[in-house]
Design a protein around this ligand. Sequence first.
Ligand code: ADP
Length: 535
Amino acid sequence: MALAFDEFGRPFIILREQENKNRLRGLDAQKANISAGKAVARILRTSLGPKGMDKMLQSPDGDVIISNDGATILEQMDVDNQIAKLMVELSRSQDYEIGDGTTGVVVLAGSLLEQAERLLERGIHPIRIAEGYEMASRIAVENLERIANKFEFGETILEPLIQTCMTTLSSKIVNRCKRSLAEIAVKAVLAVADLERKDVNLDLIKVEGKVGGKLEDTELVYGIIVDKDMSHPQMPKQIEDAKIAILTCPFEPPKPKTKHKVDIDTVEKFQTLRKQEQKYFDDMVQQCKDVGATLVICQWGFDDEANHLLMHRNLPAVRWVGGVELELIAIATGGRIVPRFQELTAEKLGKAGIVREKAFGTTKDRMLYIEHCANSRAVTIFIRGGNKMIIEETKRSIHDALCVARNLIRNNSIVYGGGSAEIACSIAVEAAADKYPGVEQYAIRAFGDALESIPMALAENSGLQPIETLSAVKSQQIKDNNPHFGIDCNDVGTNDMREQNVFETLIGKQQQILLATQVVKMILKIDDVISPSEY
Ligand code: ADP
């Protein structure tokens, strides 16, 4: 530290950079990192499984989120620690790649870190632990492949897809309606799926929500929903074989700009002006009719007089539709957006099988359904629910279910849930550990123990005795040589997850193990943490 003076003679202190830093080295660094990672995992542990708890998070501006989804919880938590941020990133990458299993992956990583801490205390070098973990993860992933089952599905055999989506939804807040939501998710994915290429473009599925009604009223619409209604209450509420003019130009006579001056000093002049205006608008309506439009969707508004005329001329119209929605409508109906009225032609009209206005309950809320569109296979999942929070959480849960259905279309292999796959892998990993002569065998064995944390957490969260339940299920698996035994979270009466229809996707489970191992290896290899000190 040194005292110096600037050009105005004001004193200031120079600190050498190193003095300004906090530094942790070697085992201390590893331990500090491990405890940060474990702390994050501990938060999510209680949310795992069908009986898991939900978290309530409040943002700085007062918004409240209630969620069970690991990625969402971590995303909303304002973590400062860099290692904790890595765990958040871990959950996010599982969400990005697979879409489901975001809680499980963090819980698994946390317990891998916990096991690593014990090994470090016993004097095993972190690199040996990392290598052992790597070997064990490979064994586990191969074992998953071995115990996985394939199922065939088609346009008529949807049941396996629905069951797998139901497993995802059963641990969410919306599990009351898991059957109907799973059916909606599967139908939506199949509607947009390219079964030949085995791919699904999830962008074609829009998820919309509106407060009101019940969760059971959630529906799948083969088309687009716009939060607007017909501009006049007496216009038809339903139009079949609609030809839609999509306008981004004003649908009204041009208004005089401020720099013009119109002198109206007699009644006649006023009448003429009005007639002129009316005629102008009348011509516009006629032009729409001439090209064959049966519905006009407008980005701008038109005044009540024009509205009245539209109703009289029997040309239904919708006004003040947002730009994004307008674009979606154009894509779905195969129409073109018309920026200048003169450019309106018959080819530019969008086509939809049916456009209808639907009212909700006794409220004035109305929405416009544009269905059976010409061009696109776009579908909309329209969620109803009692309040905004439940709608937001349903959106997140539906996202998970959609991802699961998409993953199954990409790869139709499944493993059984309820911790059964983890127990089977743990048995395989432990058996393999005995064959390794080196120090790595400890790490491999520890990996096996860490895998058991998932069934343990499931049992604990369901109010069961974790150790007793786990050991009973494990010995059952070994005795019967059957990898389908897991934790009976819902007290159904059987541990056989095959009978309980609790499925998870193979790629999702494999990804969980691979990602968790990768992050833990990364954390273990850090032996120097340099950070700015706090004053
Ligand atoms: P994630 O965000 O990781 O998907 P969840 O909270 O959704 O976490 O919990 C998923 C876990 O719950 C999986 O291990 C799954 O096998 C298990 N699970 C889901 N439904 C059941 C059930 N009915 N019985 C037992 N386990 C279940």
